[in-house]
Design a protein around this ligand. Structure first.
Ligand SMILES: [Zn+2]
Length: 93
């Protein structure tokens, strides 16, 4: 007999669905204790942002992109340290 009976077909479907349900149940139970991928991604993104902000803070403290301005005593204009004012006064620094 080479034919597939309805009984065998139903048995196969029941076994496949049963195994699938079992694996889903196991995965759900593990998912509660473990961190799911979405939470892991959110945590990684938070760490990246925190690290980037930390780097920028360190650079600013060591004198990176920000420059100090000095007020010219003769004309009152603010010029960057070490540069010359419009009136010719050389700012210290
Ligand atoms: Zn000046």
């Amino acid at each position: 007999m080479m034919g597939i009976s309805l009984g065998k077909l139903i048995f196969t479907v029941v076994v496949v669905v049963g195994v699938w349900t079992l694996f889903k149940a196991i995965a759900r139970r593990n998912g509660k204790t473990r961190v799911n991928p979405a939470q892991r991604a959110a945590r990684m993104a938070e760490d990246t942002v925190r690290n980037r902000m930390g780097d920028r803070g360190d650079k600013g403290r060591s004198g990176g992109d920000a420059m100090d301005l000095v007020r010219c005593p003769s004309c009152g204009a603010f010029t960057a340290e070490g540069s010359t004012c419009q009136c010719g006064w050389k700012a210290p620094g």
